[in-house]
Design a protein around this ligand. Structure first.
Ligand SMILES: [Zn+2]
Length: 302
């Protein structure tokens, strides 16, 4: 997982930036979204059953994220064909909060999570641009859905995620714009395996929760992700693993570590390791090679 805080030209991605993209894509969307939000404010809930308009601007988020899943960094289908497959994800759920069941391993870490019994969703964030991202089917439909674990108290009348983002001590990381901590200050990789950068405190807990929530460290459940990360490690080794002068591969490396390349956090972490601990990097390369050589898609397991 990485954050999308700057575009390719180095421009800061913030609310203003996203609004401009939305306006250019669909000139009346912001006005229509405001009218809907005003209606929900009066009613105290989301009143539309049909006629939702967030899908109309999914291309904006596909562009910001370089067609990658916001949470697992897998590559999504491009805009031409992906529009019909992927949808906008609400970071804070709009209708209700449902219970997240952490893994046994997560429970053993002793991280406390606020109860979600009878918690309404964030109806005033249904059309808030700082509550959106694009994500893949497994991350969005299967794993995320209406779940939203936090440590503090639910403030489901929240209207301004920029000002109020941290009030609830959210345990998931929001990767777009300037409202949350940079993902890579919280999560890094050892080979294909994500891990928390910190060892204690809320930042450690947020990293552990995000990793467990999206099953990012589970090679058995998300074998496709592990295969893709292993392929990047293999690719780096094929080109620059044993080279003393790596400058001739700068173009390739530049592409692999760019925000819009899949598994950029894993790639950046591996390149650091290659520099700082080549013996460990070699060990991980051999494991990645072995993983790919024996890879079986999980639909064929059992
Ligand atoms: Zn994903």
């Amino acid at each position: 997982m990485i954050s999308y805080k700057k575009d390719k030209k180095g421009k800061i991605i913030n609310q203003n930036y996203i609004e401009k993209l939305v306006k250019a894509h669909k000139s009346n969307w912001l006005d229509r979204a405001k009218k809907k939000t005003d209606k929900y404010r009066t009613a105290g809930k989301v009143t539309d059953k049909n006629g939702h308009i967030w899908s109309e601007i999914k291309e904006v988020f596909m562009t910001i994220q370089g067609n990658k899943c916001a949470f697992c960094e897998t590559e999504l289908e491009g805009q031409n064909y992906g529009k019909g497959v992927h949808d906008v994800e609400h970071f804070r759920p709009k209708n209700r909060i449902t219970k997240w069941k952490p893994s046994k391993e997560f429970n053993s870490l002793g991280i406390s999570i606020t109860s979600t019994t009878n918690i309404k969703g964030y109806h005033l964030l249904t059309y808030n641009l700082l509550n959106y991202s694009m994500s893949c089917g497994p991350c969005n439909q299967t794993l995320k859905s209406d779940r939203f674990p936090i440590k503090g108290s639910y403030k489901n009348h929240m209207e301004d995620p920029k000002a109020e983002f941290n009030d609830e001590e959210p345990l998931l990381i929001y990767p777009i714009a300037d409202i949350d901590t940079d993902c890579e200050e919280l999560i890094c990789f050892e080979g294909p395996v994500p891990k928390a950068v910190k060892t204690t405190g809320l930042e450690y807990e947020r990293a552990q929760t995000t990793i467990d929530f999206f099953r990012l460290a589970r090679a058995d459940e998300r074998s496709k992700l592990f295969k893709e990360r292993s392929e990047v490690i293999l690719l780096i080794n094929i080109f620059i693993g044993s080279e003393s002068d790596t400058s001739k591969y700068d173009d390739l490396v530049g592409t692999l570590i760019s925000d819009t390349s899949k598994h950029a956090n894993c790639t950046r972490s591996y390149l650091e390791l290659l520099k700082n601990d080549p013996v460990k990097a070699k060990e991980i390369f051999n494991e990645a090679r072995q993983f790919i050589a024996t890879y079986i898609p999980d639909s064929e397991l059992g």
